[in-house]
Design a protein around this ligand. Structure first.
Ligand code: C2E
Ligand code: MG
Ligand code: MG
Ligand code: MG
Length: 291
């Protein structure tokens, strides 16, 4: 294992950096088997505009381990990314999501779906062509697929990443920049990446209504994105006040538990059908007791 000294010189064990513990190797093998057996599921979380129209649904991977129960995506995505399993996981997610989009379209539900892709995918030779082939196989137009990337795609080989992204947008796939504001955010990245949407990370959105600095950051991000012609989605909207602030700041769409958490396919279908052309209606806030 990898030991590291903290600032006081005390040795600390960093499980996150340790990619070869029996635990991680065990999980990796289990994940590979779960993918082969089709035991990994996708749940879908809506992105809605302020008029209630459904802008799309984001596919989020869900894995229930037979002994450990739910494993958080952040945990097994990191393992897949550092082990070479990532391309396989992404193929699985794309395949499952596109099959779902095709089923929804067959029922008249023409809603775009967003799939998260990792930096590893963007550096896999032939990725753009493989996505285009998969779209064609499912009879899904490229405009019905969005891919969410993070700025990390530019860290390793920016030229190759740029080529892949140009290939994808050339086929008509829409790109979205996820988790904006965390890590390496810079204006250079925004200029270099052919994205049409920017998602403000939940860490800024969560305290928007109570923290004036976060509110200022969100306001500037929205203005910057708009001046570059991008749509802005806020992640992690949990309450009415945050919704109202974002609407007043000119944000385009929101995602979060206020609207809906990620839902299994049948529940997402029912959710879409229930909204129909009416869109999502924000529940009326409870009246103060004094009234
Ligand atoms: P992300 O793409 O930024 O997804 C947003 C995360 O925030 C999701 O967590 C979602 O369930 C959660 N979330 C949504 N609304 C709220 C809210 O109102 N409050 C709070 N507290 N959380 C909310 P999840 O599903 O655990 O996924 C975590 C991350 O794992 C994702 O972050 C994404 O980076 C990654 N991930 C998930 N599915 C996939 C996938 O299929 N492929 C890849 N490469 N990464 C994935
Ligand atoms: Mg995402
Ligand atoms: Mg995100
Ligand atoms: Mg996030």
């Amino acid at each position: 294992y990898q030991a590291k000294r903290d600032r006081t010189g005390v040795e600390v064990y960093e499980s996150k950096r340790d990619s070869n513990t029996p635990d991680r190797l065990g999980l990796l093998g289990d994940l590979r088997r779960a993918l082969d057996a089709g035991d990994v599921e996708l749940h879908y979380q809506p992105k809605v505009r302020f008029d209630g129209q459904v802008a799309g649904l984001e596919a989020l991977v869900r894995w229930v381990h037979p002994e450990r129960g739910k494993v958080p995506p952040d945990e097994f995505i990191a393992i897949a990314e550092s082990s070479g399993l990532m391309p396989h996981l992404t193929e699985y997610v794309l395949e499952t999501a596109l099959a779902q989009v095709a089923r929804w379209r067959a029922r008249g539900l023409r809603v775009p779906v967003a799939v998260n892709v990792s930096p590893r995918d963007v550096h896999t030779p032939g990725f753009a062509g493989a996505v285009a082939a998969r779209l064609a196989r499912h009879g899904v137009p490229a405009g019905a697929l969005q891919l969410e990337i993070t700025e990390h795609v530019l860290l390793e080989d920016p030229q190759r990443a740029a080529d892949t992204l140009a290939g994808l947008t050339g086929h008509g796939v829409k790109m979205s920049l996820d988790d904006f504001g965390t890590g390496y955010s810079s204006l250079v990245h925004l200029r270099r990446l052919p994205v049409s949407e920017l998602k403000i990370d939940r860490s800024f959105v969560a305290r928007l209504a109570v923290d004036t600095e976060d509110a200022e950051i969100v306001r500037c991000t929205i203005d910057l994105a708009h001046s570059l012609g991008l749509l802005v989605v806020a992640e992690g909207v949990e309450d009415d006040e945050t919704w109202e602030r974002l609407r007043d700041l000119g944000c385009d769409a929101v995602q979060g538990w206020l609207v809906a958490a990620a839902m299994p396919p049948e529940e997402a279908t029912a959710w879409l059908l229930a909204r129909g052309s009416r869109g999502w209606q924000r529940p009326k806030a409870a009246l103060p007791a004094a009234l």
